[in-house]
Design a protein around this ligand. Structure first.
Ligand code: SF4
Ligand code: SF4
Length: 215
């Protein structure tokens, strides 16, 4: 009897959970149904990529130590590190470095693991070419500073939906001077640092008061 009741309770809980998931899914669908399509007049208007966007990789030749970590962590061993051993100094001499963006999957592993931080992901996403071989960037092309949607005077930058104030669907509806929704990563880090400093101070004060009580 007890096992039967347990089965009924489990079944009821699963049915309620399933109904909840269904309702959540449909709420997203209905939320999208009331949105109107937004047309971005590319290339005169461009959406601002998010702060953590993984676009074209930037490379700093002077910082590279030719360790080839980027090659080992790349899922397709893509970066080509061209170096020679200098027999006199017994050190590696870097000659060239290249990444083929026609093959790269922009996973960011090389950027994550580079010990000297000479690689970084940029917000550059316009990589279309007539010839796929021109996507093989050498160290000069990789070292070029990325273009930015917000600093290009010929482009009207628009915010993505995630960065619009609550209730606004169309980025054309808001003036560019209006503050963005959410915080910048730098602001979040600053807030975390302030909170941890406050925590430390509170802990120190409580330790001092506990010590005073003991005495
Ligand atoms: S991991 Fe960084 S330092 Fe090492 S070879 Fe690659 S780019 Fe150069
Ligand atoms: S982003 Fe990923 S696929 Fe592209 S070079 Fe780096 S590790 Fe390789």
């Amino acid at each position: 009897m007890t096992s039967f009741l347990k089965k009924v309770a489990d079944y009821t809980r699963e049915a309620v959970d399933a109904a909840n998931y269904l309702a959540k899914g449909l709420s997203v669908t209905f939320d999208h149904m009331r949105r109107r399509p937004v047309t971005v007049q590319y290339p005169y208007e461009k959406l601002i990529p998010s702060e953590r966007y993984r676009g074209r990789i930037h490379y700093e030749f002077d910082k590279c130590i030719a360790c080839e970590v980027c090659v080992r962590v790349c899922p397709i061993n893509l970066p080509v590190v061209d170096w020679v051993m200098n027999k006199e100094t017994k050190k590696k001499e870097l000659r060239n470095y290249s990444i083929d963006f026609g093959v790269c999957i922009f996973c960011g592993n090389c950027v994550e693991y580079c010990p000297t931080n000479c690689l970084s992901m940029t917000e550059e996403y316009e990589l279309s070419t007539f010839d796929r071989h021109s996507l093989n960037f050498d160290n000069v092309a990789l070292g070029r500073l990325p273009t930015s949607v917000t600093t290009d005077p010929s482009v009207h930058p628009l915010r993505e939906l995630a960065y619009l104030p609550k209730g606004v669907m169309d980025p054309h509806d808001i003036p560019s001077s209006q503050s963005r929704a959410g915080k910048l990563p730098s602001e979040i880090i600053q807030q975390i640092n302030q909170e941890s400093a406050l925590d430390k101070t509170t802990k120190n004060l409580s330790n001092i008061s506990a010590a005073e009580k003991d005495n």
